[in-house]
Design a protein around this ligand. Structure first.
Ligand SMILES: Nc1ncnc2c1ncn2[C@@H]1O[C@H](COP(=O)(O)OP(=O)(O)OP(=O)(O)O)[C@@H](O)[C@H]1O
Length: 212
């Protein structure tokens, strides 16, 4: 379970949010909506350990995560809006790099896991392709496979449907539902309301539910 207690963030003395409290059960989906500039990406970056917070606690399965942006743990996997794939690497190399370098897994281990994840995300035929040879939706799914390869406690998405057409958006919904059935806990930041409605679970409206 993810528990967030009294999280607070300020930028240059301006409070972006404060007293942010929430829980997401294991296998749950939290959808985060709200107008532009309200603090959704900042929240995601704090969760991922990329931005510091001023106060509060983030507890994942009983373990308190450091709020330090230099946090080393890989508890939260993030799928960024622009996917951040390594352009010089193939799909398989993108997925296996962190398990190989960070987790120091054996080749047999990370290759097998990569093959399984790519099959699950319907990318087996793109294994040896480079990012420039993929569609937006395919890049998105490679980014999901790459995050899942590190077995994170939480998978978080920043605007996962931006730039995708209706069909690719439906595909993202299907992937999120499939991962939910597998017990993956997910946080989805979006301002795409029809897409938000297609997801089950709690909705956090940053415009209405969050103090500032
Ligand atoms: N590094 C920074 N320094 C100062 N202010 C910042 C910084 N990053 C974000 N902000 C401010 O914090 C506020 C929240 O920004 P954030 O990117 O989290 O909004 P958002 O809800 O994700 O918006 P969008 O939907 O447009 O992406 C904005 O007013 C923004 O200008």
């Amino acid at each position: 379970m993810l528990t967030i207690k009294n999280l607070k963030k300020t930028y240059n003395q301006k409070t972006i949010f404060k007293n942010l409290n929430l829980t997401v059960p294991n296998g749950g989906i939290l959808t985060v909506v709200g107008p532009s500039g309200i603090g959704k990406t900042t929240f995601l970056n704090i969760l991922a350990g990329l931005t510091s917070a001023d106060a509060g606690k983030i507890i994942l399965d009983g373990k308190q995560l450091e709020l330090d942006p230099r946090r080393k743990s890989t508890d939260v996997g993030v799928i960024f809006q622009d996917f951040n794939l390594f352009l010089q690497y193939t799909v398989t190399e993108n997925v296996t790099l962190a398990p190989k370098v960070v987790k120091k897994e054996r080749p047999s281990q990370y290759q097998k896991q990569s093959d399984q994840l790519l099959a699950e995300l319907d990318l087996s035929d793109k294994k040896d392709s480079y990012p420039f040879q993929l569609s937006g939706g395919q890049k998105q799914r490679v980014s999901i496979a790459r995050a899942l390869a590190m077995n994170p406690g939480i998978l978080a998405y920043d605007e996962p449907t931006s730039g995708l057409d209706k069909k690719a958006t439906e595909r993202v919904t299907e992937v999120i539902q499939k991962l939910q059935q597998r017990g993956v806990t997910q946080i989805v930041v979006t301002h795409d309301l029809p897409f938000a409605k297609s997801l089950t679970g709690e909705v956090l409206d940053f415009g209405k539910d969050v103090e500032r």
